[in-house]
Write a protein that binds this ligand. Structure first.
Ligand code: PLP
Length: 363
């Protein structure tokens, strides 16, 4: 397809920069979603999704952004008389807790200050005092740049086999290892426009058999995001409603490219880019907003300690074909965010840091 080579490269944490090969992969002819070609496409993608999620559970395709699976998990995993425990540490984890609340669920919170991680001891303490149908958390809190200690939560939850473990891995899947089965995750959810580096519009959820059992005991699961319906279709390599076929073409291609790069190599590249970013933060006289020891491998939230004008910075960067992200919500102006995820390479970041340094010198 003909497209202008000049564009603004995205260093925002979603949607992220998408490679031309991926944009082009979407542009193939449409097929009917009840055709055998579609079933073949679905079946071709499935094992690659399972491999990248480190799971043997089915990975359902949801025609929505990631928030749709929040709603699915909140609704299908918690019975009326029971409770869900949400761990919150920033904007996205708070919004998921709100999603449970507006769906009529009884919500308890472990809430820590933005920038901090939730500690496994806090989870262990809450579980020892009350009983929950599910625990919900965000592995990589994109607003604060915190990567929560999922492997430690998994250890704590081993003692509670009846409590489902629901994890939002939206901004870390395909950028850092998400060991779904080893960590006993029952709903592991992501969307396409973060480290997977596809355009937005599709979400993916690895769902355990325990979730299907629980869902049978929940009366009002809704229609569009009912896991039992998704599972029925999945068994036929299909989806209940019309799926985002163009995005599935892109996913098919991207999964091949990810596996060709090697998952471990891909995660190492993300770690390297995160380290480069933290080094630049230090050299440029800023500070990390996220708690030491819990920095995200895919997005850095940087305290605006030099109190620079972030609007002016982005205007300067736009002239050079780049953009980064202001702080999220109440962190606007106080922090800024650099996404180093997806198919972004170290040399792209070097160009970004050079441009920011130019801005700082002329300011
Ligand atoms: C972006 C993001 C979401 C929201 O996902 P959508 O795909 O926009 O619905 C949820 N959780 C996290 C951690 C995110 O970064």
């Amino acid at each position: 397809m003909a497209r202008e080579p000049e564009h603004i490269r995205l260093f925002i944490p979603g949607p992220v920069e998408v490679r031309e090969e991926i944009l082009d992969a979407q542009a193939d002819w449409m097929i009917g979603h009840r055709s055998s070609q579609f079933a073949a496409l679905y079946a071709r993608i499935q094992p690659k999704l399972q491999q990248t999620f480190y799971t043997e559970n089915p990975v359902y395709i949801y025609t929505s952004s990631g928030s749709g699976i929040w709603e699915s998990a909140s609704r299908c995993c918690v019975r009326d008389e029971a409770k869900i425990l949400h761990l919150t540490c920033g904007a996205f984890s708070e919004r998921w807790a709100e999603t449970s609340r507006v769906n009529g669920k009884n919500v308890d919170l472990i809430a820590v200050d933005w920038g901090q991680s939730v500690k496994p001891e806090q989870l262990a303490d809450a579980l020892s005092h009350d009983s929950y149908d599910a625990v919900a958390c965000v592995m990589n809190e994109t607003s604060t740049g915190v990567r929560n200690p999922l492997e430690d939560y998994a250890e704590v939850l081993k003692a509670y086999p009846d409590t489902l473990f629901l994890v939002d891995v939206v901004s870390i899947y395909a950028g850092g290892k998400v060991d779904t089965d080893a960590w006993g995750i029952d709903v592991c959810l992501t969307s396409t426009q973060k480290a997977f580096a596809l355009p937005p519009g599709m979400a993916l959820g690895a769902v355990s058999p325990a979730v299907l059992e629980r869902a049978k005991e929940v009366k009002n699961r809704g229609y569009y995001f009912d896991v039992l319906e998704l599972h029925k279709s999945h068994l036929k390599n299909n989806t209940p409603a019309t799926p985002p076929i163009a995005l599935m073409y892109a996913a098919d291609r991207q999964l091949d490219d990810m596996l060709a790069e090697g998952l471990e190599a891909r995660f190492a590249r993300h770690d390297r880019m995160a380290e480069m970013t933290r080094q630049w933060v230090q050299d440029a006289g800023f500070a990390m907003f996220s708690e030491e020891g819990y920095h995200s491998p895919t997005v850095s939230t940087i305290a605006n300690t030099r109190e620079i004008d972030l609007g002016a910075l982005n205007a300067f960067l736009a002239e050079r074909g780049m953009t980064l992200s202001n702080g999220y919500g109440k962190l606007k102006g106080k922090t800024f965010r650099i996404a180093h995820m997806g198919d972004t390479q170290p040399h792209h970041l070097e160009a970004l840091f050079a441009a920011i340094n130019d801005f700082l010198e002329q300011a």
